[in-house]
Design a protein around this ligand. Structure first.
Ligand code: SAH
Length: 371
């Protein structure tokens, strides 16, 4: 069996050496207080700074009108507020789904999606540039992993999208399902999750935050012990080791039985119902007997299955989205077996909202323009 080699993460702050300025977004209360002390300023200003950055979405120190001018000037010289800049914005249905591409300081791009539902606004954010998991149906994986995002770059996606909402509206839920494998970027992701939860900032309840993983068992176990009741979504996509390994190379390291045991343990420890994601690919994993296999596998666990009709990827023409009837038939079999299942609304499929697709398309166009 292949062995999992953890990613070696370099100090994310090193990324910013070139500018010499410290990014404020991504700092905790304590880090802000320490930084203010370094500047010879009183620590109590940290609370105001925190609110400006995360709650009010300030983009410059000038806007922070309740901070003394001297402090604002010092901050201007030694720090920067935000990490992301707008690059591209695409609207599916202008009132409901918007896909964003943001540019980071090193020129790398991240994509995020804002979805307006009747019950609130949810966002999907990215945790890594590219991905090294190699899932064969996924667009994020083609260029491999470029780098981890810092906590600041993760949270700033939400702050940026919050700016696009009307006065009085807020982002109420977050899914970490953009490109990348969040559990490979564990420390920065956890820091970002705590920051987005902070009541002085974005104030998003832990129960409204979902982390999706391709199934890195040790990290799932670690997450279960953090004592933060976020929802875990496991990308299962197949009920047998044979098919799962074909779709997801990570399954060669942790077989289905092991990854399911870790997911169940997460459910038991946190009391949270685990979501099992299952993308439906025509004739690959959408047959009635496969629905029955999946039902047997999940029987007796506190589970919710999220069926995702595959978003076609240009590089993988052999994988097709099944017809609607097949999707419904699959769902019905699960329900007959007593497994709760929903079919994901395909919001934004027409605007490349499936992970990795916008970034890839922009890169392709740029590449074509250069040659
Ligand atoms: N790496 C994590 C999170 C990012 S992917 C994970 O694997 O869960 C978020 C979800 O989108 C996963 O369930 C992933 O399998 C799914 N996905 C990837 N490519 C897709 C595609 N082409 N169509 C539909 N869903 C896709």
């Amino acid at each position: 069996m292949p062995e999992y080699v953890p990613l070696k993460v370099s100090d994310p702050n090193l990324l910013f050496d070139a500018t010499g300025k410290r990014p404020i977004v991504g700092m905790t209360h304590e880090e802000m207080a320490a930084f203010l002390e370094e500047l010879g300023e009183p620590k109590f200003r940290a609370k105001q700074l925190f609110q400006w950055v995360y709650q009010k979405g300030a983009k410059s120190f000038d806007q922070m009108t309740n901070l003394p001018a001297g402090l604002r000037h010092k901050l201007e010289e030694r720090a920067m507020v935000a990490l992301l800049e707008d690059e591209v914005e695409q609207h599916a249905d202008p009132t409901r789904t918007t896909k964003f591409l943001f540019r980071m300081l090193d020129g790398q791009k991240v994509e995020s999606v804002l979805m307006k539902h009747d019950y609130g606004n949810s966002v999907c954010v990215t945790t890594q540039v590219g991905c090294r998991m190699g899932c064969t149906f996924c667009a994020s994986t083609f260029g491999g992993l470029v780098r981890n995002l810092t906590a600041g770059e993760i949270v700033d996606q939400i702050v940026m999208m919050q700016q696009h909402l009307l006065e009085g509206e807020r982002v109420s839920s977050v899914v970490l399902m953009g490109s990348g494998e969040p559990m490979e970027n564990y420390d920065e992701v956890l820091k970002a999750v705590r920051l987005m939860h902070d009541p002085e900032g974005l104030n998003i309840g832990y129960r409204h935050i979902t982390v999706s993983t391709s199934g890195l068992v040790p990290a799932m176990r670690r997450l279960a012990d953090e004592n933060i009741p976020i929802t875990l979504a496991l990308s299962l996509h197949a009920a047998t080791d044979e098919l799962r390994s074909e779709l997801m190379p990570v399954a060669r390291i942790w077989p289905v039985a092991e990854v399911l045991a870790a997911a169940r343990e997460y459910g038991e420890k946190t009391g949270r119902r685990v979501t099992y994601e299952y993308i439906l690919i025509e004739e690959v994993n959408d047959k009635p007997e496969q629905a029955a296999e999946l039902s047997q596998l999940l029987h007796g666990s506190l589970a919710h299955v999220n069926l995702i009709p595959m978003n076609p990827v240009a590089e993988r023409p052999q994988y097709r989205r099944p017809a609607r009837e097949r999707v419904i038939a699959f769902r019905d079999i699960l329900e007959e077996h007593g497994i709760t299942a929903t079919i994901r609304r395909e919001m934004g499929g027409d605007i490349d909202a499936a992970c990795g697709q916008l970034r890839n398309r922009v890169a392709r166009k740029r590449g074509a323009a250069r040659s």
